[in-house]
Design a protein. Structure first.
Ligand code: HEM
Ligand code: PLO
Length: 489
């Protein structure tokens, strides 16, 4: 066990040899709710032993600001765990990889590839619009039936990120897409969810179903990725770099032309390139799809919110044209609803745990190299409010007196994190959420099918906080009943 000689260490949960504080963490509550509730007893900054790891739970904005921004670089490390190592070939990706020159380079490359889509001819707005049209066509065909919209939302979001990463997209029923749905579910169910094997790596010597599933799913994902990589290498043209994989290949080829040995040093090996694309693909699909599903849960629980958004869309866009990104300013209630969704059901309530890479301190406490600081963003957004009632609140808190959207009503609203490790896909995710929801609500009213219970509000905690499966009936609104078809992907 690590020895601390600081004077003001945060109050700690009881801890025992080997197991650390795990006995105090046994609870029916999900981790983000449990961590929030423990502060009543232990204060806003408290610590615990996750097996052999010293963890500090940060509950207040001023501490989070220190960890994420003021000392962002010091706390920019990530924990190496058994499951994330399997997923990322030992941390050769962005999200679970340590702060390093290669991590910096890959973030920059992804950033530049995402910017390329902001303006270029393959504008992101056009891509999302095509996918929204195709999705609405399918929803029209499914009308009157109780359906799990999950796969259709996933296909739309996957196709956006597929265009960005590989310049390709999936038709409905494509076997490769079906395989992707299956492996991705397997990964989400088994990776980075504070499982015992991540806390006590030696446990992996015993048979472990989750680990077997994870390895199988990662192998299927890698096979698909490898095929895309080979196709891109074969067709690579320096004058036509149109997607993320080409952008990474260009950087790799340039480095190889300059000096072969550099490729290893700066992290442009095949493994690094593949793991960066895998991250963006995985993050791009699972996060946005999850928020869209929460949006439907929220609208089914709050019919009035849905009606208000529809009235706003009807008066500002009407039925003659499709929603555009430039409508964001004139649809403040929809924007406020999205902000509210990200507050009450953050995709990553605990962010991704940050690790101190050097000795440092947090206000009133000392910390040491290797100190594993989990930034608790959940409570940062929830203090003064009672968790179970949030879904009953209309999203008015994100509107000012004139009804304009307030982007950040409180400094502790951090759904995408902040500082050096801030989410790379924030802008993309916001564009997608706005356009997909505007398209859907312009055309459909989302209803609870007869005999189905209202969807569960708690969700399933894991690497993303997902809603449980539920069914919806998307009813075509009167104005659209005579419309024949939409553009296809
Ligand atoms: C990291 C939220 C969508 C790519 C993160 C983090 C959060 C987050 C909380 C962790 C920040 C930290 O560790 O401090 C969200 C939410 C999304 C979303 C709420 C949707 C509404 C996306 C999309 C992409 C993406 C669409 C891809 C294009 C990433 C990457 C990281 C990340 C690569 C790791 C950054 C790093 O460790 O340096 N996101 N995200 N995210 N996100 Fe997102
Ligand atoms: C989702 C399942 C994919 O198959 C692999 C994958 C890659 C990147 C991960 C993502 C999963 C879950 C959401 C994560 C994202 C990186 C950043 C994002 C953790 C595991 C968030 C919300 O932090």
């Amino acid at each position: 066990q690590r020895k601390f000689h600081g004077t003001h260490l945060p109050k700690s949960l009881p801890s025992y040899p080997l197991v650390g504080s795990l006995l105090s963490l046994r609870s029916s509550l999900q981790p983000h709710v449990l961590f929030q509730s423990l502060q009543k007893k232990y204060g806003v900054l408290y610590s615990l032993m996750m097996g052999p790891y010293y963890v500090v739970i940060v509950n207040k904005y001023h501490h989070a600001k220190e960890v994420l921004m003021k000392k962002g670089k010091i706390f920019a490390g990530r924990a190496r765990t058994v499951t994330t190592d399997i997923l990322t070939r030992d941390g050769k990706d962005i999200a679970f990889g340590n702060y390093s020159p290669s991590w910096k380079l890959h973030r920059k490359l992804v950033h530049s590839a995402l910017c390329m889509f902001g303006e270029g001819c393959l504008s992101i707005e056009k891509i999302i619009g095509q996918e929204a049209a195709s999705m609405c066509q399918t929803l029209t065909e499914m009308q009157g039936t109780a359906v799990d919209l999950g796969p259709e939302l996933t296909r739309a979001v996957t196709n956006v990120v597929c265009s960005l990463c590989f310049n390709s997209c999936y038709e409905r029923g494509d076997p490769e897409f079906e395989a992707m749905l299956t492996y991705s579910k397997g990964i989400v169910d088994t990776v980075a969810k504070d499982s015992l094997v991540d806390i006590f790596p030696w446990i992996q010597i015993f048979p472990n179903d989750d680990l077997r599933t994870l390895k199988k799913c990662v192998a299927i994902r890698d096979e698909l990725l490898y095929q895309k990589y080979e196709q891109h290498k074969a067709n690579y043209d320096d004058n036509s770099v149109t997607d993320l994989l080409d952008t990474l290949l260009r950087a790799k080829l340039n480095a190889e032309n300059n000096n072969n040995s550099v490729v290893q040093d700066i992290g442009l090996t095949d493994d690094h390139v593949l793991m960066t694309v895998a991250d963006i693909f995985g993050a791009g699909v699972e996060t946005t799809t999850t928020v869209l599903q929460w949006a439907i849960v929220y609208l089914l629980h709050n019919r009035k919110v849905q009606e208000t958004i529809q009235a706003e869309i009807d008066s500002k866009i009407g039925f003659e044209r499709q929603p555009k990104l430039s409508d964001r300013g004139s649809l403040p209630y929809l924007e406020a609803t999205i902000s509210e969704l990200l507050r009450i059901r953050p995709v990553a309530p605990l962010l991704i745990p940050h690790v101190a890479m050097a000795d440092s301190s947090l206000r009133f406490s000392e910390s040491f190299k290797g100190f594993f600081g989990s930034v608790m963003s959940w409570h940062l957004r929830h203090h003064k409010l009672i968790f179970f009632f949030f879904f009953l609140n209309p999203p008015a808190r994100f509107l000012d007196e004139e009804g304009n959207h307030i982007y950040s009503p409180s400094a502790s609203y951090l759904p995408f994190g902040a500082g050096v490790r801030v989410c790379l896909g924030e802008a993309l995710a916001k564009m997608e959420l706005f356009l997909f929801l505007a398209w859907i609500l312009q055309r459909f009213t989302l209803e609870l099918p007869n005999g189905c219970p209202l969807p569960d509000l708690e969700g399933k905690f894991g690497v993303v906080l997902q809603p449980k499966k539920f069914k919806t009936n998307a009813r075509l609104r009167e104005a659209w009943k005579n419309l024949e078809s939409y553009d296809h992907c």
